[in-house]
Design a protein around this ligand. Structure first.
Ligand code: SAM
Length: 266
């Protein structure tokens, strides 16, 4: 039988946020930070041309990866035997994560920038099945994730993620480490879910509603921004100044406001 013709070279697709890592030093630094071990359930989002995938497999023996680009998926199948790589060819935003979380997951990826924020939110509900997440993202997004109250970049993303994870910004990665080079610097972040026993007992949807409303109108005082949910007296009863603005509040204050909302609706 004639050998299959060689595949045409793959061209980076903007719509899939494809900026491929080519800097071996950066790959080694990321994989060292992850420290993958055999037996761990490692899932890579967007393996692309396997810059991280190969190094992860070398250290863990086997990983799972989710790739949306059919041509890249075909090339990955050619390169890695199924014993090393379980490839899930789909959109990471649409995946049913619960079926992959039979073991506690370690999720990693140089994420496509166009879907990074929705993906971070999509992963929140499975946090209790996750050991950790290591992601490369736009530096600006990582700065928002780890921002402290009172800083310019502190917002909904900071509060929603800090409530659920311990976040550590690890290091920046310059544009030149990728082909094609993205417009902006990237950063690597580590996310470790807080133990369920450490989480305050509040309804996650109510918390999300309070946070979204508070930051929905950034320039407004909480009294105005939260008016559809809580009266000024309720805000004060939660120990929060109704004249304050959302960006000055700690994550704990958002928890206190959510408790107040629950007390009101009982
Ligand atoms: N990991 C590779 C690297 O570091 O060079 C590629 C990173 S590239 C920034 C993002 C990868 O995610 C691409 O391979 C792209 O095809 C894939 N991707 C984009 N959108 C995706 C989605 N919704 N679900 C799964 N993979 C996606």
């Amino acid at each position: 039988m004639a050998a299959a013709p060689p595949r045409a070279p793959h061209r980076a697709r903007k719509r899939f946020g494809q900026n491929f890592l080519h800097d071996h030093g950066v790959v080694a630094r990321i994989v060292d930070a992850i420290d993958p071990r055999p037996g761990q359930a490692i899932v890579e989002i967007g393996p692309g041309r396997a810059a991280l995938t190969g190094a992860l497999i070398q250290r863990a023996g086997h990983i799972r990866a989710i790739e949306i680009d059919r041509d890249l998926a075909a090339a990955l199948r050619d390169r890695f035997p199924a014993n090393d790589l379980t490839l899930i060819e789909t959109d990471a935003l649409k995946i049913d994560w619960s079926i992959h979380a039979t073991l506690p997951l370690r999720i990693v990826g140089n994420l496509p920038y166009n879907i990074s924020t929705p993906l971070l939110f999509a992963l929140l509900p499975i946090a209790e099945h996750v050991i950790d997440q290591h992601f490369m993202l736009q530096k600006e997004v990582v700065d928002r994730m780890v921002a402290a109250p009172g800083s310019k970049t502190y917002g909904r993303l900071s509060v929603m993620l800090q409530f659920r994870y311990r976040l550590v910004k690890l290091f920046d990665v310059p544009r030149g480490a990728f082909t094609p080079a993205p417009q902006v610097t990237s950063s690597v972040v580590r996310m470790q879910p807080h133990a369920v026993t450490e989480l305050p007992e509040i309804d996650a949807d109510s918390f999300a509603r309070v946070v979204a409303a508070a930051f929905g109108q950034r320039r407004k005082t909480l009294r105005n921004a939260l008016a559809p949910l809580l009266a000024a007296d309720d805000i004060a009863a939660a120990g929060v100044d109704p004249q304050a603005r959302a960006e000055t509040l700690s994550v704990q204050s958002f928890v206190d406001l959510t408790r107040r909302l629950a007390a009101k609706t009982i």
